[in-house]
Design a protein around this ligand. Structure first.
Ligand SMILES: Cc1cc2nc3c(=O)[nH]c(=O)nc-3n(C[C@H](O)[C@H](O)[C@H](O)COP(=O)(O)OP(=O)(O)OC[C@H]3O[C@@H](n4cnc5c(N)ncnc54)[C@H](O)[C@@H]3O)c2cc1C
Length: 343
């Protein structure tokens, strides 16, 4: 199914942002292969799972979005491994593995994305990461070609996954485009979890979910942790220590419950509000604590039509691979200067 000018606010958990010029929700892998084969080589492509780590700017995505989440996607046992479709919601994989008497996937029960998104982000929490248990992945490229790749073909790190030897990752890729490799995306993965007890795994899932309910603003639109934790510290602690809890721009505000979450009550904030708040938090934490917070959430797309040319030219790439946001030029210069002094 092809949709035109599809509002991405319907497909991201922040409930904000502009339209995709085209969006495709493939029925199955054959349909996805046919669709990709028919695309012009120059067409920008963005794979989206459940949009739980993604912001599309208000001017929209100037290309084709592939909506990967599928309610009927499944996992299956294959020997001593589990194969999970990239289209499956991660919490379903956690429950499937637990019911099979396997342990190690429980943390995924609280990560509200797809398996594809978890692979692309190397999603993790409570001491576990997605790639800990991955043995192989299945990928698809722009020509619709399916491949099986081993874990060792990827450079895996904290919220990071890049195909080795794929050349420099494009700025768009770094900023939320093709996390697997430019022009290649995940369609499934094989996981090897340790044997355990189904009852213990289900209990563990219940405990982890209770911890989330107690500490995260799950009743308001959000995209999880906005920033990566800096080494030996916590982004939430730094943000809170700068007095930013509850601070808002437009409809977006820093959560009172968890300072590393930005919430968008009622979906009233725009993507620009959210992005401006992200930049503000980065700037204040840098100025007051000297720590450069690196974004975990991906931001893609165009500023809205009418955003001035000056703003557009400010939105250049900085050397950490992130966008130097509109209006943040002074702050960017200050960071550059601080780095020069440190060097
Ligand atoms: C309440 C809440 C709690 C969260 N808790 C955690 C947590 O504990 N730990 C954590 O790590 N994250 C957490 N997140 C963030 C998010 O859920 C994870 O990053 C998740 O894995 C993203 O999956 P997704 O399908 O929603 O990806 P999306 O947001 O749709 O996409 C994220 C990135 O992955 C790429 N991508 C998506 N699918 C594919 C694919 N098939 N192939 C290649 N690239 C793809 C996209 O292009 C984009 O760059 C949380 C989010 C929320 C809202």
């Amino acid at each position: 199914m092809i949709l035109h000018d599809e509002p991405m606010s319907r497909h991201v958990s922040w409930r904000a942002g502009g339209p995709a010029r085209r969006a495709c929700a493939p029925r199955d892998i054959d349909d996805l292969q046919d669709f990709l084969r028919g695309l012009p080589a120059s067409e920008p492509v963005l794979f989206v799972g459940l949009g739980s780590n993604l912001l599309v700017r208000d001017g929209g995505y100037p290309g084709t979005v592939v909506l990967m989440h599928h309610a009927h996607a499944a996992a299956r046992v294959e020997g001593d491994e589990i194969f999970a479709s990239a289209r499956l919601a991660s919490p379903k994989l956690a429950r499937f593995a637990a019911n099979e008497g396997l342990k190690g996937s429980e943390f995924l029960a609280g990560v509200p994305g797809t398996v594809g998104g978890a692979l692309a982000m190397n999603a993790g929490c409570y001491g576990s990461e997605t790639w800990d248990a991955v043995t192989r992945v299945q990928t698809i490229d722009r020509h619709g070609t399916l491949r099986v790749r081993s874990r060792s073909e990827y450079d895996i790190g904290y919220r990071r996954c890049v195909l080795r030897g794929a050349g420099p990752v494009s700025s768009e890729a770094d900023d939320g485009g093709d996390a697997a490799a430019p022009g290649e995306w995940f369609t499934g993965a094989w996981f090897r979890f340790a044997r355990g007890s189904a009852a213990a795994a289900r209990m563990h899932i219940r405990d982890l979910l209770a911890r989330r309910v107690a500490s995260q603003p799950l009743n308001l639109p959000n995209a999880g942790s906005v920033f990566r934790n800096p080494p030996q510290d916590f982004a939430a602690r730094l943000i809170e220590s700068c007095g930013l809890k509850g601070f808002g721009i437009g409809g977006a505000r820093v959560s009172e419950k968890h300072a590393n979450f930005i919430v968008n009550p009622g979906g009233r904030g725009s993507a620009a509000d959210i992005e401006a708040l992200i930049v503000h938090v980065q700037r204040v934490v840098f100025e007051l604590r000297g720590v450069e917070l690196i974004r975990e959430v991906r931001i893609v797309g165009e500023p809205p039509a009418g955003a001035g040319e000056a703003e557009r030219s400010d939105a250049a790439e900085d050397d950490s691979g992130q966008r130097n946001e509109p209006g943040a030029a002074g702050w960017f210069d200050a960071r550059q200067e601080a780095r020069r002094r440190q060097a």
